[in-house]
Ligand binder design. Sequence first.
Ligand SMILES: Cc1cc2nc3c(=O)[nH]c(=O)nc-3n(C[C@H](O)[C@H](O)[C@H](O)COP(=O)(O)OP(=O)(O)OC[C@H]3O[C@@H](n4cnc5c(N)ncnc54)[C@H](O)[C@@H]3O)c2cc1C
Length: 501
Amino acid sequence: MRCRLSVHTLPVLAAQCVLAAAFSPAQEPRSTPHRIAVVGAGAGGSSAAFWLSKARERNALDVIVDVYERADYVGGRATIVYPYDNRSLAPIELGASLYAPGNLDMVRAVAEFGLSNTSFGIGNAEVDGFWDGKTIGGAAGDGQFIARYGLETIGNAQVAPQTVVGAVGSLYAPTRPVWNTTSALVNALNWAAMLSSTGAEFYTTQNVSRLFIDELIEALSRANYCQDVNKMHAIGVTIGLATTGAVSVAGGNRQVFENFVKASGATLKLNTEAVQVYSILPAGGRWILKSSAGVRTYDAVILAAPFHLSNIALPPSFSSTIPPQPYKRVHVTLLTTTSPSFNTAYLGAQNVITPPTSVFITLNATRRPGGPVFNSLQRLAVLNGTGKGGKDESLVKIFSDEVLSDAFLDELVGERGWTFKHTWDAFPILTPATSFPPVHVAKGLYYVNALEPVVSTMETETIAARNVVDLLLSEQFASGICPPGQELASNATGFVYGWDC
Ligand SMILES: Cc1cc2nc3c(=O)[nH]c(=O)nc-3n(C[C@H](O)[C@H](O)[C@H](O)COP(=O)(O)OP(=O)(O)OC[C@H]3O[C@@H](n4cnc5c(N)ncnc54)[C@H](O)[C@@H]3O)c2cc1C
């Protein structure tokens, strides 16, 4: 390696030169077994390790996988907390809560790993209050719902979610697309038009009324992605509409990802941050990964974390191909209260017969000066006897754009028992887009989270990871998760590519 340094390239190149000198191919011959690094142990990284292990099993590959995770747990944005930090109580999801019945990797994982589902505290409580920033209105109950929006709009609004769910379903089939770039997948699924329009624009063309868009679709968009229907692309909006029957894993969704890593046989390096990845050869090929635990050479590296949040330095020729991607900062407040209802005066709900248990906001609430105070406010479960004097408490989850002060929480819910606040860089800001990050960044370097600007869910990250593993296997072993030439049992009931071959 020739090391020419300039002021601009100095930090990165200097490190590369030093490390390349220490780990040149002459000193460390091409490895057998084949070594693969996965950066990140969330849904994407843990499932990448799992898919690699499935391929190793079926193709008798000599592959060793290291999973680097800077946190002290597996699961990333899927993690739990215990009310009062009391492990005898059921935990509550702090990040990703819901998965839908059509999320076949999650469904299959729950079955294969002997887990079960729960509806405890998952955030799909019945929406019974739409808040416009001043009063509670909207529609509760089927009668009012139909009277307010009309059957035609309600029917029209269901078409796109069914189509999008159908398109995602095609990704489990033997005939699924394999994509090198996110744009290729977008084209294969016929999603370009929806991705380049806002949800409001798109649903207007679907003959969905403005009232329904501004109230119900906005409410779900804010509840799911904390973003507005008139700013977020139509795929993001539609994913938020397709959560009928959603559940979470009893004891925490992250158990799926822990089981993926365990079943994979990969070496899990917790509390270990990847700081730099670079190639020995200018065109890619073998990779050096520098982490907080040292330096190691790999035949392939899978990035399974949002690149711009990972603080990983890549050679500029590769990092420049990944466009900047802002993430939505979301504040989650969990609390318990013995109060029977939220502050109806604050919510303008004095005249509502049954005080709302879940409040989602309409587009009007976003128009008030300073924006909405919260994105969603949900009473999720009852905790028996945890309150003062052994009273039952309600468990409440609030999503907001700003940290909620204790004074505001007191005003909104009254007496509080336990309160827990956490801030996430939660999901990409899903503005309409026409270009997307590469998946196959260079020879031996792959990017799972390239899919997130299109759709950001636990399930789609497992699908993106499976695609990356197929790309890697094709490039490095002329193989796939399923052995090449094997006829896939596509007609088998419940066939899920990767789990089944
Ligand atoms: C509040 C909230 C609610 C959500 N609700 C839902 C929902 O209901 N349903 C749903 O399906 N999805 C939901 N999501 C989205 C979902 O969590 C994500 O789409 C998905 O979990 C992303 O998985 P991932 O593995 O790609 O990324 P992550 O989960 O972010 O995992 C990346 C991992 O990489 C690690 N990492 C980062 N940089 C480095 C580094 N340099 N070195 C080593 N490790 C590194 C991180 O610590 C992290 O563990 C929600 C997210 C949030 C925050």
